[in-house]
Ligand binder design. Structure first.
Ligand code: ATP
Ligand code: MG
Length: 359
């Protein structure tokens, strides 16, 4: 297959880790006889420096014309004092908006030989393999009306949790489709005992379940889900939820792995290209030292293969390669934790090279 991949390295460790993900995709292309064409463009702080804006027009155009966008990370202390429209994060938000992505996917996996990195007990996290599907464009973050007025008791403030049936339908549909390809269990998380939006969400989910007879749908209240994520995370396969709940639960689920450098993400729209990026930030404290863990970005590249290019086998080969290298004991410094001393501690380039060899 021929595919065009937009590469947006960004700031801090972004360029170090995206370089390795691109090299990995090159190996995959070679092995399976695909033609991947990579084109790089600036985003974030470096784009502000070179063009005056965090998302230059040419970057958005390139992203729109691509089959998938591979992104590093944006931001850093250098740009912290910029006004809102010139902040690196604004560029990322504009990219998401420009590509009309409405779903954020976060797989949360605990690799068996990395259970010691988790703040939770081994028996609780060993074998965790869940995926959170978070709605990105609606809910409390965007509902109208919003804002403050002066009331008799001081400031009167309103945020609105708003969804259209269309928005609920498209995110739930994605949840069902992904669940169908995994362990066929879908947990829809809401607050239906209090919120009208959650009750509509449940109705839509129940009706849609008829179309996916192989998927076992269950509903869970968000407070109870927050508890189960630390008490028994293994019970979850695919979790689908609205914007605010997903924001909170996906960060909670990420910390139970104890290794931020390992977690990928995807942001998907209806058709158009998806955005693939590690969940970690630009890590300015370690940028330029050659020690950043490249695996989250390499696993993000695997998600690009799966979700934007439909190359499931290739995606799995990459994921198996990462698992194998970790099993063999390779560790970037962020993964050493309690096993320091006996671990095989290596830098960004060596880690990436071993994955390529495993693939
Ligand atoms: P954000 O930019 O989303 O606000 P943040 O400031 O919360 O992110 P990060 O930039 O992700 O956080 O960094 C948090 C910590 O994790 C830092 O100490 C950083 O060095 C470390 N870290 C992040 N990513 C990696 C990585 N790929 N490899 C090793 N360490 C990492
Ligand atoms: Mg940061």
């Amino acid at each position: 297959m021929h595919a065009k991949i937009a590469v947006l390295p960004g700031d801090g460790i972004g360029p170090e880790v995206t370089t390795e993900a691109v090299a990995l995709l090159d190996v995959v292309a070679h092995l399976y006889n695909h033609q991947f064409e990579f084109e790089t463009a600036p985003i974030g702080g470096n784009a502000i420096d070179s063009t005056g804006t965090p998302l230059p027009e040419m970057t958005l155009t390139l992203a729109k014309q691509s089959d998938g966008v591979l992104l590093g990370a944006v931001g850093g202390p250098r740009w912290d004092k910029e006004p809102a429209h010139r902040r690196p994060e604004t560029g990322l938000l504009a990219l998401r908006k420009g590509l009309d992505v409405f779903a954020n996917l976060r797989p949360i996996q605990v690799f068996s030989n990395l259970v010691d990195a988790s703040p939770l007990k081994r028996e609780i996290v060993d074998g965790v393999d869940m995926l959170i599907v978070r709605e990105l464009t609606g809910g409390l973050y965007f509902g109208r009306p919003r804002g403050r007025t002066e009331g008799p008791d001081g400031i009167d403030v309103v945020d609105t949790l708003q969804y259209s049936e269309r928005e609920i339908r498209r995110i739930l549909k994605l949840g069902f489709e992904i669940a169908e390809k995994r362990r066929r269990s879908l947990t829809s998380v809401d607050k239906a005992n209090v919120l009208e939006s959650s009750r509509v969400w449940r109705e839509v989910a129940e009706a849609m379940a008829q179309d996916y007879p192989k998927v076992k749908l269950s509903h869970q209240l968000v407070d109870s889900a927050a508890m189960q994520i630390v008490r028994d995370p293994k019970r979850f396969d695919v979790v689908v939820t609205e914007n605010l709940f997903g924001d909170i639960l996906s960060d909670e689920a990420a910390v139970i792995t104890g290794s931020i450098g390992l977690l990928p993400s995807a942001s998907l729209g209806a058709d158009g290209p998806g955005i693939y990026e590690p969940i970690h930030g630009s890590a300015p404290d370690i940028a330029g030292q050659g020690v950043a863990n490249p695996l989250a970005t390499m696993l993000s590249a695997a998600m690009l293969l799966r979700h934007s290019l439909g190359l499931e086998q290739e995606a799995q080969v990459v994921e198996d390669g990462v698992r194998r290298v970790l099993e063999e004991g390779a560790r970037t410094p962020d993964l050493t934790g309690s096993s320091i001393g006996k671990a095989d501690v290596i830098g960004t380039e060596e880690m990436a090279k071993r994955v390529r060899e495993a693939v």
